[in-house]
Design a protein around this ligand. Structure first.
Ligand code: SF4
Length: 380
C-alpha cells in the first residue's frame, strides 16, 4: 500500500476485526496500552474500539507530550516569561496547558508577558537574531521525535554565535515512562492498571528504533508491537498483540516497518547524544518523578541552557484535585470517569492538560467519543 486512504480501507479493517474476534480467546482479557497520543486520537477518530470484542480493551497511556508536562514546569516557564528582558517562544498547544491555580502561558501573555507562538525551532532562532537586546528562550518539549530538531537548533545558534538564545529543556524519553507505568511506587496512590501488552509509538520509534523496547519486553514480560497511525496499522498491531498473548510470547514486533527499523535514525541519535544528557529524575504529570526519563543540556552547552542562565529552580505544584488527568495518563481511568468532563472542562475551557492537546485522551474523547457515549446511552 502506498497512499493514506489504502490504510483506511473499510473491507480490510473489517477483515482484521473478524480475525481479532476469531483469535481472541473469550476466556481471556486482553488489555493493551497505546502509549502514543497519536494512537489515542486514531482510536477515537476511527471508532476502533467498536470493532474489537469486549474482552480486547485499549487503555490510553501517557504519550501526549503536552499532557505529561507537569504544572510546575509550566509555572517555571511563566516566571521566566514575566521577566522584562525575556521573549519566550512556545508551540501553540502549550499556551493553554494549566499551571498551578488556573494559570497558563496564555493568561501570562494577556497580562503582558512577551510570549510568542512559533511553528518550528528555526522561528525561535530568527526571533533571537531580530532581537539582539533581548533574551530569547525556546520552550522545548516532546519525546524523542522532537529532540533532534532542538539539538540542530542549538548547533545553529552556536554557528551563528547567538549570545541571546537559550533553551528551556523539557524533552522526555518513552521507555522509562513505560517502565514506570508497570512498576512505579506511586501505584499505591494512583492505582494500578493491568496491562497485557503495548502498542509502541510510531514517530518516536522512527528515531530510536525498536531495539530499546527489547530489554523492556524481556524484563517485564510484556509484548510490544510498534504501530503506525492509520486504522489498519492499529488493527493489525492489535491482532499481533493478541497472537503474542495467545502464544505466551513477549517480544518486540514491528508493524510499522515502512518507517521504523531496529536501530532507528543513527544521525539523529548521535546529534542528540552530543548535546543532551540524562537527568537523574524528571517529573511527569500523572507519573510523578520518573528516574532517567528526561534530558538536559550537557555542561559543554550550558550557555544555551535557560535553567543555568536564569538560575531557574524546580517548582513542584499540585494539580487541580478535581482533575483526573493523573489517573487518565496512567491508564487507570477514562475521560468519562472525570466528573468535570464535558461540563466544566471542555476544549474551550480546559481544566487539565488532557483536554488541551488534540492528542490528549480527554480532547480525543470529547471530539469523537462523546457521540458514541450518547448513542450507547440511548440504546440502553
Ligand atoms: S475532563 Fe478535564 S478535568 Fe477531567 S481529567 Fe480530563 S482534563 Fe482533567
Amino acid at each position: 500500500m502506498k497512499y493514506a486512504d489504502e490504510f483506511r480501507d473499510k473491507e480490510i479493517a473489517l477483515g482484521l476485526a473478524k480475525a481479532i474476534r476469531a483469535e481472541a480467546d473469550p476466556q481471556k482479557l486482553y488489555r493493551f496500552m497505546e502509549f502514543c497520543g497519536g494512537h489515542t486520537h486514531a482510536i477515537s477518530r476511527y471508532g476502533l474500539e467498536d470493532m474489537l470484542p469486549k474482552n480486547v480493551r485499549m487503555i490510553h497511556g501517557p504519550g501526549c507530550p503536552v499532557c505529561v508536562l507537569p504544572a510546575g514546569r509550566i509555572d517555571m516557564a511563566i516566571r521566566l516569561a514575566e521577566r522584562p528582558d525575556v521573549i519566550l517562544c512556545v508551540y501553540g498547544d502549550l499556551m493553554r496547558v494549566p499551571g498551578s491555580q488556573g494559570t497558563s502561558l496564555l493568561k501570562a501573555k494577556a497580562r503582558g508577558a512577551d510570549i510568542r507562538m512559533v511553528y518550528s525551532t528555526i522561528d525561535a532562532i530568527r526571533i533571537a537574531e531580530d532581537n539582539p537586546g533581548r533574551e530569547v528562550v525556546f520552550f522545548a518539549i516532546g519525546f524523542e521525535t522532537t529532540t533532534p530538531p532542538t539539538a540542530v537548533m542549538i548547533r545553529l545558534a552556536e554557528k551563528k554565535q547567538l549570545e541571546n538564545f537559550t533553551v528551556f529543556c523539557n524533552h522526555v524519553l518513552t521507555p522509562p515512562a513505560m517502565q514506570n507505568i508497570l512498576e512505579s511506587p506511586d501505584i499505591r496512590n494512583i492505582g494500578r492498571v493491568e496491562i497485557d501488552g503495548f502498542v509502541g509509538p510510531a514517530h518516536v520509534s522512527t528515531i530510536i528504533g525498536t531495539a530499546p523496547y527489547e530489554f523492556f519486553a524481556e524484563e517485564f514480560g510484556k509484548p510490544v508491537v510498534i504501530a503506525g497511525f492509520e486504522p489498519l496499522d492499529m488493527m493489525q498491531a492489535i491482532l499481533m498483540l493478541v497472537r503474542q498473548v495467545n502464544e505466551d510470547r513477549h517480544e518486540v514486533e514491528n508493524q510499522y516497518s515502512r518507517a521504523v527499523n531496529r536501530d532507528g535514525n543513527l544521525r539523529a541519535k548521535e546529534e542528540v547524544s552530543d548535546i543532551f544528557e540524562l537527568r537523574d529524575q524528571f517529573e511527569w504529570r500523572g507519573l510523578g518523578q520518573v528516574p532517567y526519563s528526561g534530558l538536559k543540556l550537557k555542561r559543554a552547552y550550558a550557555i544555551y541552557d535557560a535553567e543555568v542562565r536564569f538560575d531557574m529552580h524546580e517548582l513542584r505544584v499540585d494539580d487541580n484535585p478535581a482533575c483526573e488527568c493523573g489517573a487518565i495518563l496512567r491508564g487507570v481511568k477514562k475521560p468519562v470517569d472525570c466528573k468535570l468532563f464535558g461540563t466544566v472542562c471542555t476544549p474551550e475551557t480546559p481544566l487539565g492538560s488532557c483536554m488541551v492537546s488534540f492528542e490528549g485522551a480527554c480532547a480525543a474523547h470529547w471530539t469523537y467519543g462523546r457521540f458514541r457515549d450518547h448513542q450507547q446511552r440511548r440504546a440502553s
